[in-house]
Design a protein around this ligand. Sequence first.
Ligand SMILES: Cc1cc2nc3c(=O)[nH]c(=O)nc-3n(C[C@H](O)[C@H](O)[C@H](O)COP(=O)(O)OP(=O)(O)OC[C@H]3O[C@@H](n4cnc5c(N)ncnc54)[C@H](O)[C@@H]3O)c2cc1C
Length: 379
Amino acid sequence: MELLVLGGGLMGLAIAHHLARSGRSVRVISRNRKEAAGFVAAGMLAPHAEGLSGDLLRLGQASLERIPTWVAQIETDSSLRCGYRPCGIVVPFAAAAARDAYPTAAWGEPLDRAGLERAIPGIGPQWQAGWLFSQDGQIDNRRQLMRALERACTHLGVAFEEGCSATGLVTGSAGQLQAVELLDAAGERRRLGCDQAVLACGAWSAQLLPQLPVVPIKGQMLSLQGPQQALQHVLFGPGTYLVPREDGLIVVGATSEPEAGFADGLTPFGQRQLQVGISGLLPAAAQWPPMERWWGYRPGTPDEGPLLGASPIPGLWLATGHYRNGVLLAAITADLLAGAIAAEPLEAEQQALLQAFDWRRFGWTEPFSGETPPPHRSL
Ligand SMILES: Cc1cc2nc3c(=O)[nH]c(=O)nc-3n(C[C@H](O)[C@H](O)[C@H](O)COP(=O)(O)OP(=O)(O)OC[C@H]3O[C@@H](n4cnc5c(N)ncnc54)[C@H](O)[C@@H]3O)c2cc1C
């Protein structure tokens, strides 16, 4: 039977690609590809620069390790480049003491002011110390990765229903998944029978399964056209970061606005915040011409970690809640989900990661039954 992937954003595509490669018949139900955070993100691959810790750091490192092979596979299957650059990320600090207290200090190369100036010529004067995490990098998700994944999926026979919303989950008497209710682009409602589906609706996941503690965390972005080679590394400051693409475009992010919910649009306050961040990090960049401005929604969870693997509904799998690290985590997510769905024997590390990011860690034990989900449990 066809497996349904609900959501055609980054996770949906990455999982569909992995499953299709292993011979599964897959259909992606995609409400609106353009709204996906996969098209919004800065594309940093930054478990160390983000200062992750505990299970989330392990998950991020496991994904970072897989990324070169994952990207090569997508590029082969799509004949498109993904824009992967293992360029290293510099994290600046006002003082060495703050640098030394950073959670991922063990993985970085310490920089003093002179080292910072060598790594980032023109860096703002208030930065006196830093880390260079040379194993971190970036991928051009917005212009390259998402398209390459879409094309790889279609080459492998994945079916797409764009403009189609999953509006409900239908379960049988034993509580198992039996069908998904859809509202398609032509305005028609129908039920599609299935015994397995992956919920990958990003920030909108709780609209379909209100028990999920996933909320939108809005982020505004902009890009600048800098001189080519102006920056050799990503510069990851507090609140603002600069991500240099190969062609000199600098992607700048990002605001973090949990209170905005799904409010759309740019705000003067948010854009000003980015502008102030740019001037502080790299004063010359404040003069570079802005090219584009956009926004999107990170799928946030209470502990900032994703929900991966089985759900309360047998047959429904979860791949959501990746918050601000979904680009980094796409490779491991596809790997873990494909393994769990195929009921393959998993390696000890994979089992441990699935367990660490199981939905049960939030302590919600209410069983899900019937077609009408219980009311949303707010965070
Ligand atoms: C401003 C910003 C900056 C970021 N920067 C980075 C970064 O530098 N590095 C990094 O690793 N991560 C970053 N992220 C996070 C990353 O983009 C997300 O974690 C990741 O894209 C989540 O993928 P997803 O597939 O879960 O959701 P999305 O990519 O948002 O896709 C969800 C899709 O599901 C669809 N959908 C929703 N509901 C339904 C439904 N009922 N039926 C059918 N389809 C539905 C939506 O239309 C959407 O297309 C950033 C995010 C933002 C917003």
